[in-house]
Design a protein around this ligand. Sequence first.
Ligand SMILES: [Zn+2]
Length: 98
Amino acid sequence: MANDFIRRDFDCAHCEERFGYPIPISLLASESAEIIVSCPFCGGQSLADLTPWADKSSEVLMGDGEAPAPEAIGNRYHFPERIPTTPVEQSDGDSDDK
Ligand SMILES: [Zn+2]
């Protein structure tokens, strides 16, 4: 199941407002936990790299038959009060390659 979210506060990289945004647990369980958040104040998109906040010392055992509880995955992260973000360039094109 990938319907679990934890809500955290982010700093908008554009207007520096603080806003809450749900982070999918499935994202936190993946290797590269990066999320693009949309600011409700200015509409700007920001990229938040969540991997620095993961506690490497408490490994969640994956692929051991049992999936870890969402709480266990969420607790593995030590987020600051406001998660910093970097601006995402907005483009009209939707293609990834140049
Ligand atoms: Zn903003």
